[in-house]
Design a protein around this ligand. Structure first.
Ligand code: NAP
Length: 505
């Protein structure tokens, strides 16, 4: 169906009946070569609601043989797909953007159900995730090349851009839609085929999105989707398969490091969007209203389960007491509840393991001398809820400052000088994003030049933007997603050397 756009099947304020209807309408198979199929061994994977711990639905769980079949389909589709007119690929992306936007409430509810984030945030992710489709539909027709005369005039240079070829995408659970569209949209734009392995905790959004793309006219085999309970066993052989040309991974640095090592075997092109440990700096000349709101956004967006989450809040001694008091007041106002509850500002963490890790980091910091200014406890009852928490006097060596917290916990560290703040900010193996609040222009520019990060939020707590190159330095990754740079990750450069056309003419 490439005609009319279907509206959402659920309402803006979904009821339990809406939830049941949405779940019953989902594709639950593997998408391979344009067909929805069961796993080759009939195996299934249960997807849970983190706010209750209950099973939402069971879906097919791919085996290594299914993984190979998915790559076979991507390889078979590659040559024809690469030759499609750019405008045709652009229009598929644009139709998918329109369809995703029209089904905003379905996608938002689905993400809330499988991942836990409040509906308002899930709607924000639909808008953000869909924008990659629109952005890359616009980039499709702008893939260029060049023709030049060599400096000595003796030859001509032709530079062509071609699709890299079949790609493998591995995505995390924290942004089930946007982390997929950030890879799929530029790959479609460039003319690559692909196999997507979504996170085992949140595969439903990817399946529904694949259906939207199919309905938008994406040819069979261009996108193949293989959720699985055995990530390494299914993707390992694909990474070692010489027909695969690119691996793009978003997830933890630990897994990314292993995948880079595996990819080295056949010198596979890789893009890696890995972990973060963002510092958020508040200087004594900052607009404190802006700094508090920025910290709220950088800390609590997605319940703190974001690679861009402010992990270390560094505050100048002069403003530390006032900033802390205001942050505590704002965080206390946030209602912790199931994401479908209209009052919910913080949903559950994604699973028990994530919640236990968050709690251990908080207890560890307190044992080392930090004070609890707010929260610090597991919320009893079903689901994996955790209280919004503020830690002060956090000792410099505490694990909570070194590791990704991935929860609604704000550790505050006081500093005295800009040099000290920059030293603290850069004292990590990660380099994804940093935030600073200051009204001193020269200082802001010094920070932009010295912070070891791929992205810098200046007087803002959010940097994610489909029109900007998202990505990190150091152990936060390789490559960029979004912006004019994003499509380059899916293009290969071919240079053609040409004899001087005037010789012998
Ligand atoms: P993760 O544990 O690294 O998992 C990410 C993906 O990798 C999942 O699909 C997972 O499958 C798969 N995976 C795990 N082990 C694998 C293996 N041995 N071989 C192949 N695939 C494997 O990360 P996560 O917990 O889902 O996500 C949180 C992390 O992602 C955080 O570190 C966060 O900072 C990072 N992140 C980074 C960005 C960025 O743009 N830089 C954006 C979002 C998140 P299973 O689901 O089956 O385990």
């Amino acid at each position: 169906m490439t005609g009319g756009i279907a509206p959402s099947i659920v309402g803006e304020r979904p009821t339990p009946a809406d939830e049941a209807r949405l779940l019953a309408s989902l594709p639950t198979g593997l998408l391979i070569g344009g067909e929805w199929r069961d796993a080759s061994d009939g195996g299934t994977l249960e997807v849970h609601d983190p706010s209750t711990g209950e099973v939402l639905v069971a879906i097919a769980s791919a085996t290594p043989a299914d993984g190979r079949a998915a790559l076979d389909a991507a390889v078979a589709a590659q040559a024809d797909w690469a030759r499609t007119p750019p405008r045709e690929r652009a229009e598929i992306l644009r139709r998918a953007f329109d369809a995703l936007t029209a089904r905003r409430d379905d996608f938002a509810l689905l993400m809330t159900l499988e991942m836990g984030k409040p509906l308002a945030e899930a709607r924000g992710e639909v808008a953000y995730g869909a924008e990659f489709l629109r952005w890359f539909s616009e980039e499709t027709a702008r893939i260029g090349g060049r023709y030049a005369t060599s400096p000595d005039g003796s030859s001509r240079l032709l530079v062509l851009k071609r699709p890299v070829g079949p790609c493998l995408f591995i995505t995390p659970w924290n942004f089930p839609l946007a982390m997929a569209t950030r890879k799929i949209a530029p790959a479609i734009a460039a003319g690559c085929t692909m196999v997507l392995k979504p996170a085992a905790l949140t595969p439903l959004t990817a399946l529904l999105f694949a259906q939207v793309l199919t309905d938008a006219g994406l040819p069979p085999g261009v996108l193949n989707v293989i959720p699985t309970a055995s990530a390494g066993a299914v993707t390992g052989p694909l990474v070692r398969d010489p027909r695969l040309r690119k691996l793009s991974f978003t997830g933890s640095t630990e897994v990314g490091r292993r995948l880079i090592a595996d990819a080295a075997e056949q010198v596979l092109r890789v893009s890696m969007e890995l972990g973060g440990n963002a510092p958020l700096m508040v200087f004594d000349d900052a607009d404190l209203d802006r700094a508090v709101e920025g910290a709220m956004l950088a800390k609590l967006r997605n319940g703190g389960e974001a690679c861009t989450a402010a992990n270390r809040i560094l505050v100048h001694r002069e403003v530390a007491a006032e900033f802390t008091e205001r942050l505590v007041t704002r965080m206390r106002e946030h209602t912790v509840a199931r994401g479908t509850d209209p009052a919910s500002r913080i949903g559950p963490l994604v699973d028990e393991a994530t919640r236990s890790k968050v709690h251990e980091l908080v207890l560890g910091a307190v044992a080392e001398g930090a004070s609890l200014a707010l929260g610090g406890a597991v919320v009893p009852g079903p689901g994996y809820f955790y209280e919004p928490t503020v830690l002060t006097d956090v000792p410099r060596g505490a694990a909570v400052l070194a590791e990704e917290i991935f929860g609604p916990v704000a550790p505050i560290v006081v500093f005295d000088t800009e040099e000290e703040a920059v030293g603290l900010a850069n004292d990590t193996e990660f380099g994804l994003v940093a935030y600073a609040f200051t009204n001193d222009l020269a200082r802001a520019l010094r920070l932009a030049e010295t912070l070891e990060v791929g992205m810098f939020g200046l007087n803002t707590g959010i940097v994610s933007n489909p029109a900007a190159p998202f990505g990190g330095v150091k152990q936060s990754g390789l490559g960029r997603e979004g912006g004019a740079e994003g499509i380059e990750e899916y293009l290969e450069t071919t240079y053609v050397g040409i004899a001087d056309p005037w010789v012998g003419s």
